[in-house]
Design a protein around this ligand. Structure first.
Ligand code: PMP
Length: 446
């Protein structure tokens, strides 16, 4: 074990040995050394209630003993082979997933990360349809491999031609079902019109549309209930597959096992990761027998479906079922949402909109201008961290507070967090008032 170097030492080593693309939250970031269900502990012993779960990863709690024991036992028994040999945990996991996946989706290919799951889903769509084109939503995020970056619509990635060479892949972006200053129905209608136009022009060249049911990194965007049923019906007319990227939304977070379940939509392919392993790398894409039949060349992932990841995912699914985490997310999400809406009513200058489903909620901070909102979000995150609460941030303008806690969070944790947030908003409201007086154009603040 190397000697303890503390947060400053870590930052120093990161600056020397990591790529400059790696970012971190907080002006004074804590060093996290231990996790226990919904709590994280810093090197100085300080306890943080985790309201971000590493972007929806640790849904069943940090180091949950009911899961960790089974992971540890498998680690001591048979750590790894490869899918070319027979082991039982991965087939048990595939069978178990078939039970919770919607409709006829019952074939699974195991990989190790969300990007890899989407990469496989996109490849599968091409193999099955014999077409090359893709449709994706503006501001969506699907990963950091070359193809998944090419279907990623997040503005900050699309503006750099070195990241996703425009035109190198056949991807058509359509507006997402959300726009500031537009009603939800109008924005969704605009997205549907754009989809229709692409399909009418060249539907026969498009293999699949890929979408997050609820956009995560782009600021927690929930479309109107009619949007995805209509998308699916349109795609079917042209033989275009729907890939649902449930990497952030899957496994109970939004109040359903999968977010698309809310709208009764069965996609053709679902990609999943994050919460499935609750901290251990495991990811997968699933489809029907007919679509899976098109993926018939020998292909094996070295680590995909390894016994340790598979046993962990089985333990996660057992835990989700035994503790009814989707229902819990719906119920506690209601409490959190009501509390945030109350804060929006009390501090309209600070909090302009609350969005989301279940325990995937976003609170957009505006302070009269998105740039000021981003500054406000950083101030609020820092102040909440000092009070012992870890909250996330996302959004196109990085001005959205993201609440995606482990689903084992309690009513009391939520009440305590909301009380602290009220105090922080009180201060933020005073700051925002002074900024507004100084003028929203103050470049030093933005
Ligand atoms: N899709 C979505 C919706 C995601 O949120 C992410 C990660 N934030 C990914 C794909 C990529 O997953 P990974 O980082 O595991 O490759």
């Amino acid at each position: 074990m190397n000697p303890f170097i503390g947060p400053e030492g870590i930052l120093e080593k990161r600056s020397q040995y990591f790529y400059p693309c790696t970012s971190y939250f907080y002006r004074n970031p804590p060093q996290l050394v231990r996790g226990d269900m919904q709590y994280l502990y810093g090197h100085d012993g300080k306890r943080y209630t985790d309201f971000f779960a590493g972007v929806s990863v640790v849904a069943s709690g940090h180091c949950n003993p009911e899961i960790a024991e089974r992971t540890a036992e498998q680690l001591r028994t048979l750590q790894h082979t490869c899918t070319i040999y027979l082991t039982q945990p991965n087939v048990d996991l595939a069978e178990r997933l078939a039970e919770v996946l919607p409709g006829d989706l019952r074939r699974t290919f195991f990989v190790n990360s969300g990007s890899e799951a989407n990469e496989g889903a996109l490849l599968l769509a091409r193999l099955h349809t014999g077409r090359r084109g893709f449709i994706a939503l503006e501001q969506g995020l699907h990963g950091r491999t070359y193809l998944t970056m090419s279907v990623t619509g997040l503005q900050m990635w699309r503006t750099d031609p070195q990241l996703a060479v425009p035109g190198a892949e056949d991807v058509t972006f359509i507006p997402r079902p959300y726009a500031q200053g537009m009603s939800a129905d109008d924005a969704a209608g605009r997205s549907i019109d754009a989809l229709k136009a692409v399909l009418e022009e060249r539907g026969g060249e498009i293999a699949a549309m890929i979408a997050e049911p609820i956009q995560g990194n782009a600021g927690i965007i929930v479309p109107p209930d009619w949007y995805f049923p209509e998308v699916k019906a349109l795609l079917e007319q042209y033989g275009v597959l729907l890939i649902s990227d449930e990497i952030q939304t899957g496994f109970g977070r939004t109040g359903r096992m999968f977010a698309m379940d809310r709208w009764g939509v069965t996609p053709d392919i679902i990609s999943m990761a994050k919460a499935l392993g609750s901290g251990v790398p495991v990811a997968a894409f699933a489809s029907t027998d007919a679509i899976a039949a098109s993926f018939n060349r020998p292909s094996a992932s070295t680590f995909g479906g390894n016994p340790v990841s598979s046993v962990t995912a089985l333990a996660v699914l057992d835990y989700i079922e035994a503790h009814r985490l989707p229902e819990r997310a719906e119920r506690l999400g209601g409490q959190l949402r009501a509390g945030l809406e109350d804060l929006a009513a009390r501090y309209p200058r600070v909090l302009s909109e609350v969005r989301g489903a279940g325990l995937m909620l976003g609170a957009e901070l505006s302070a009269g201008a998105p740039e000021l909102g981003a500054r406000l979000v950083d101030d609020v995150l820092e102040a909440m961290k000092d009070r012992g609460f870890i909250i996330g941030k996302n959004g196109v303008g990085r001005n959205v507070l993201a609440f995606q806690p482990p689903l084992v969070i309690t009513e009391q944790d939520i009440a305590e967090m909301l009380a602290a947030l009220g105090q922080v908003f009180e201060e933020a409201d005073r700051a925002a008032a002074s900024w507004t007086q100084e003028g929203a154009g103050d470049g030093n603040r933005a």
